[in-house]
Ligand binder design. Structure first.
Ligand SMILES: Nc1nc2c(ncn2[C@@H]2O[C@H](COP(=O)(O)OP(=O)(O)OP(=O)(O)O)[C@@H](O)[C@H]2O)c(=O)[nH]1
Ligand SMILES: [Mg+2]
Length: 391
């Protein structure tokens, strides 16, 4: 990816990472941009930096809005409706139609193009979970290269927990899918699960600077990574690799570049004639890494499966918490990643639960008897009930 950047540019990026406030970050990125030579090889990096500025600006605006009326989070926040799924597609594919079927959002559906101009949210109830669906404004070809509006659409997608891509079967679905993929690629949003995940934690300790790497490196050595990081002015960092990663993946992580968003592709308008063949061609084209859901917003066929498909795609489980002196657990579940432990859950609920964790009682169908007393490393499954005990 990025090669032969001038040393000052690399170091400037290090300063971007150190900047705490969005305003300060924007300034540093602008300085960084002025140090990056303008040629084809740095194009994607420059685009990325510009998008980063755009999303930081949004963050500033958002924070200003939130200042009015949003207080500190209370002790037991039910983290519901915190899963955000963005609906992406070209105009008239039926994004608003989908939103209006699944949620109570007030949206305008029309055969005129570009009806939806702002990201529009609605709550989709699936069993005891609430997914927040957001209709993004229509994608336009080369949207990633356009001005503020185009960036906004992709920023909305970047910030989501998952994506629903939509194509229109009355037109050429493969062409639409290819164009959407291209835009997502430019915005560095992956829709297929990467082999590994890299996180870089800057430690900023000052004294005893060092680089620690946890995980498996692919085709590279510790030294390569150390040199790469030093090139960016990073002398103290913990590089955490889940799975395996190459030097490029680590460099991507320095730029907080690529994100993975689990994705379902909705092939809409199955009520049109001769769509079976198009669906088959689409399936052959995409392979089995992205789920394809043929559906019709007109007849509602296929949509009954969407809730469970979203739940599966998110790789999450539901856990019900019970307070020690209460007879029944909370009606609303906490959601946490598959394979989470009790301690992961405790951390999610409140840092005090995590810090002062002593033991947990657990009720689960797979256990011979319930409740059982378990430790923090117990791995949770969907539907478990947990009672946390602190020291
Ligand atoms: N036959 C058929 N028509 C559909 C279906 N879904 C949506 N439509 C029609 O397609 C047109 C566009 O639908 P919208 O839901 O407004 O599409 P959108 O993607 O939100 O479009 P914009 O917001 O304008 O970009 C409308 O006339 C809908 O009635 C479907 O499954 N079958
Ligand atoms: Mg719309």
């Amino acid at each position: 990816m990025v090669t032969n950047l001038p040393r000052e540019a690399l170091h400037k990026w290090g300063e971007v990472a150190l900047a705490k406030r969005p305003k300060e970050k924007i300034k540093k990125i602008q300085e960084f941009l002025s140090l990056v030579p303008k040629h084809k090889g740095t194009e994607s990096l420059r685009d990325h930096a510009k998008r980063k500025i755009a999303s930081l600006r949004e963050e500033i605006v958002d924070k200003k809005r939130k200042k009015i009326g949003v207080g500190r989070s209370s002790f037991f926040i039910e983290k519901e409706g915190d899963t955000q799924i963005v609906i992406l597609g070209f105009t008239n594919v039926g994004r608003s139609s989908l939103l209006s079927i699944l949620t109570n959002a007030n949206v305008e559906i029309s055969s005129y193009p570009y009806t939806t101009k702002e990201p529009t949210p609605g709550m989709f109830q699936y069993q005891d979970l609430q997914f927040q669906l957001v209709e993004a404004p229509a994608l336009i070809e080369n949207v990633a290269d356009r001005g503020a509006r185009g960036l906004k659409t992709l920023t909305v997608a970047r910030n989501a927990d998952g994506l629903l891509l939509m194509v229109d079967l009355s037109k050429d679905p493969i062409q639409q899918y290819s164009l959407i993929s291209k835009e997502l690629e430019k915005a560095r949003i992956l829709t297929r699960k990467p082999k590994g995940k890299v996180e870089i934690e800057r430690t900023y300790k000052g004294a005893g600077l060092k680089i620690i790497i946890v995980g498996r490196l692919l085709n590279s050595t510790f030294k390569d990574i150390e040199e790469l990081l030093k090139g960016y002015g990073i002398y103290d960092a913990m590089v955490k690799i889940q799975g395996e990663a190459t030097v490029d993946d680590v460099e991507d992580a320095i730029f907080e570049g690529t994100v993975y968003r689990p994705t379902i592709l909705i092939a809409n308008k199955t009520d049109y004639p001769n769509t079976a063949q198009k669906i088959e061609q689409l399936e052959n084209f995409i392979g089995d890494e992205i789920r394809i859901l043929p559906a019709s917003c007109k007849t509602k066929n296929g949509l009954e499966k969407l809730g469970s498909e979203i739940f599966e795609m998110l790789d999450i489980i539901r856990v019900y918490t019970k307070e020690p002196n209460k007879r029944s657990p909370s009606k609303k579940p906490f959601t946490t990643k598959v394979d989470s432990t009790i301690l992961d859950l405790a951390k999610k609920i409140h840092s005090d639960f995590y810090k002062q964790f002593s033991y947990a009682k657990i009720w689960a169908k797979r256990l011979r008897f319930s409740p059982q007393k378990v430790g923090g490393n117990f791995i949770l499954e969907d539907g478990d009930t947990v009672e946390l005990h602190m020291h």
